[in-house]
Write a protein that binds this ligand. Structure first.
Ligand SMILES: Cc1cc2nc3c(=O)[nH]c(=O)nc-3n(C[C@H](O)[C@H](O)[C@H](O)COP(=O)(O)OP(=O)(O)OC[C@H]3O[C@@H](n4cnc5c(N)ncnc54)[C@H](O)[C@@H]3O)c2cc1C
Length: 376
């Protein structure tokens, strides 16, 4: 018998939907709340590393992910000169195992669509435009109140509601989320034939410029700058600013730049990070994914770590007899140090650039690749 028979998941991102799928597949009754009215909103792209793909395969969505995305096995390093000269092409570690690509880019809305479709197929009850407004727990369960006025009682509540988790606040867990000092411009646009992998341009006028193919016809391109207040810019001004900043980079950027014409496909976000000290649960409410640990995307590991949380939590819930101290200890033994190491390494990569320090980037990337190559 699994440790739970009825679970509420708050948040319909990668962490929440993955947990819901794995539990529902095993016969657990799962309700999933997503505050947004629609999951398929315009977004940018996402880079999924091999260890994320391993979990997606276990969720039964690998074929769909592969069809919707663009896999690759190398990482290019280019100079910030007018030609975008290739400095090195590094073989990227296949952290998900030899039969999965090292990385795959895909449109964020496609990932959401594929995961939500799978969740519905395995019987997860998804309630959009709904959130949890009250939580009270006792030794045997959690009573919740929802924004539509309904109530329910669950064996467990999973708070997978992202970096500013409301669940985290409702259970009174303080956590300071810090800006890392960098801001990122992202644009979702057309892929020129010359872009077949992620290339990174370190240095030059900004900290980092790069792009990642997300399909035969699409990619997302990004420029990382010193964090600034860009909130006063109109969408058209944001687009112009990203185009202007991109003029510092050559090679494929010369083909990408003319495609940057749609202000609705450009966004600006600060890099932020936090790690919640263990344990990540308070009784029968547990926080996972960005709600517990968030990293800047310098290693593109955020979604991978969120998916790993989901996989380990679901496995423990399905193989334990009770939601008890032993279960939470096992969860932290398998997740805490690993997620923390990824957050710290991701912050360090950015900090070296901010400090103008020549850190051991390949060494650090190699250590994290080795760590996440082991299944969580
Ligand atoms: C600029 C940027 C680029 C990134 N690029 C990458 C990348 O390339 N690769 C990568 O692996 N990671 C990347 N990340 C990190 C990655 O996006 C996150 O780590 C990942 O999405 C975390 O998944 P999650 O499910 O924990 O949270 P989220 O994806 O944030 O999902 C949380 C969900 O909960 C919902 N929600 C919020 N509040 C409530 C509420 N009160 N009630 C109900 N629902 C609620 C939200 O609407 C959302 O759908 C990037 C992050 C940033 C900021």
């Amino acid at each position: 018998m699994p440790a739970v028979s009825k679970v509420l998941v708050v948040g319909g991102g990668a962490a929440g939907v993955a947990t819901a799928i794995l539990l529902a597949e095993a016969g657990v009754e799962v309700d999933l709340l997503e505050i947004k009215p629609d999951i398929v909103t315009l977004g940018s792209g996402i880079t999924l590393q091999g260890n994320a793909l391993r979990v997606l395969r276990d969720l039964g969505v690998w074929d769909d992910v592969q069809k919707a995305g663009y896999g690759f096995d190398t990482l290019g390093l280019r100079a910030p000169d007018p030609a975008g000269t290739v400095i090195a092409v590094l073989p990227d570690a296949r952290t998900g195992g030899p039969d999965l690509p090292a990385a795959l880019g895909m449109p964020r809305q496609e990932l959401a669509r594929v995961l939500h479709a799978r969740a519905e197929d395995v019987g997860v009850k998804i309630r959009l435009a709904t959130t949890c407004t009250g939580i009270e727990q006792d030794a045997t369960g959690v009573d919740v109140e929802l924004s539509d006025g309904s109530r329910g009682r669950y064996d467990l509540v999973v708070g997978a509601d992202g970096i500013r988790s409301w669940t985290r606040r409702m259970i009174g867990v303080p956590l300071e989320t810090r800006s890392t000092g960098m801001g990122i411009w992202r644009a979702f646009t057309t892929r020129p034939d010359t872009v077949t992998r992620t290339d990174l341009f370190y240095g030059g006028p900004q900290y980092i410029a790069g792009y990642c193919p997300t399909g035969q016809d699409s990619l997302y391109a990004y420029i990382v700058e010193e964090a600034q207040d860009r909130s006063a810019l109109t969408p058209d001004e944001q687009l112009s600013e990203m185009v202007r900043l991109s003029e510092g980079y050559g090679g494929p950027w010369d083909e990408i730049r003319p495609t940057l014409t749609d202000p609705t496909r450009v966004s600006y976000t600060w890099f932020e990070s936090h790690v919640l000290e263990e344990p990540w649960n308070r009784g029968r409410v547990v926080l996972i994914g960005d709600a517990a640990h968030a990293c800047p995307p310098t290693l593109a590991q955020g979604a991978a770590q969120a998916l790993e949380d989901a996989a380990v939590l679901a496995e423990l819930l399905l193989t334990s007899d009770a939601v008890d101290a032993t279960l939470w200890q096992s969860f932290m033994e398998r997740r805490y140090d690993r997620a923390r190491a990824v957050v710290e390494a991701s912050v360090q990569l950015g900090q070296w650039l901010i400090d103008g320090e020549r850190g051991d980037v390949p060494g650090l990337m190699g250590r994290i690749s080795a760590l996440v190559s082991e299944p969580a």
